[in-house]
Design a protein around this ligand. Structure first.
Ligand code: 6GU
Length: 240
């Protein structure tokens, strides 16, 4: 998979990628990163990438020209018919879910356009973007962190990127239940003990205990997931 970033914050994106499993995925040959500095596509002599908003209002808006030029440069290297998605991270996008991450992990090219909420000319969104994605109901200062969050959720699903221990951790959202508690040595720590059942060596009892903990946690914290789980189990939700 080839991943492009169109961003004014090249260093930030590079640093997160090189210091994480996202970078390891590139060394292993699973992905290639291209990070494009939007300032290099702006007009001399001022290389401005934003400007005042038509109609008034506070805050600057990202100009269309640098983004369209950077986008054209990226598309020149992508042959016709090769599957690409153009992602604009924004709090008014559709929520990021495991299923969307799965879908994106099958693409050949992902292009992230990083801007600022209210701060990007609508024509970029109308003409270039295929997916507007939000990472939750809160507002961040810019699109770089959410783009990296989206990317991380996608890249870890590419076969071979994770080792088997790490991939086992994927299961939380595929099973529809939240994860169970984990313990390691020492067995007694500051007076707190590891649940006896985990020391029993009894696989069926351990599996039952873990499933019970998953259900408990999901019921308490995520009524939305819990309702779906019940429906999928055909227990019915009549009494819920
Ligand atoms: Cl995708 N961008 C910004 N700026 N804030 C967000 C977000 C995205 N998702 C949640 N909050």
């Amino acid at each position: 998979m080839r991943i492009h970033f169109l961003t004014p914050f090249v260093k930030m994106v590079e640093t997160v990628i090189t210091e994480s499993i996202l970078g390891r995925a590139a060394s292993k040959g699973h992905v290639v990163y291209n990070i494009h500095d939007l300032f290099t596509f702006a007009d001399a002599p001022h290389y401005k990438i934003d400007d005042y908003q038509f109609g008034g209002g506070s805050g600057m808006v990202m100009k269309p020209e640098p983004v369209f030029r950077a986008f054209d440069a990226v598309m020149k290297d992508i042959p016709d018919g090769v599957h690409s998605r153009v992602i604009f991270p924004t709090p008014d996008g559709k929520p990021l879910k495991h299923a969307l991450a799965m879908e994106l992990s099958l693409e050949e090219n992902l292009i992230f356009i990083n801007g600022h909420y209210k701060g990007i000319d609508q024509r970029i969104r109308d003409e270039l973007v295929t997916d507007e994605i939000s990472i939750g109901d809160y507002v961040l200062t810019g699109g770089e962190l959410p783009a990296l969050v989206i990317l991380d959720s996608v890249v870890r699903l590419i076969p071979g990127v994770l080792n088997s221990y790490e991939s086992a951790q994927t299961d939380s959202f595929t099973s529809g239940l939240l994860d169970y508690p984990h313990y390691t040595r020492p067995e007694k720590f500051r007076g707190y003990e590891v649940p006896k059942v985990l020391m029993s060596g009894h696989h069926k009892m351990i599996a039952d205990w873990r499933l019970e903990k998953q259900k408990e946690k999901t019921r308490e914290r995520r009524s939305d997931l819990w309702e779906k789980y019940l429906a999928s189990q055909e227990i019915g939700v009549k009494n819920g």
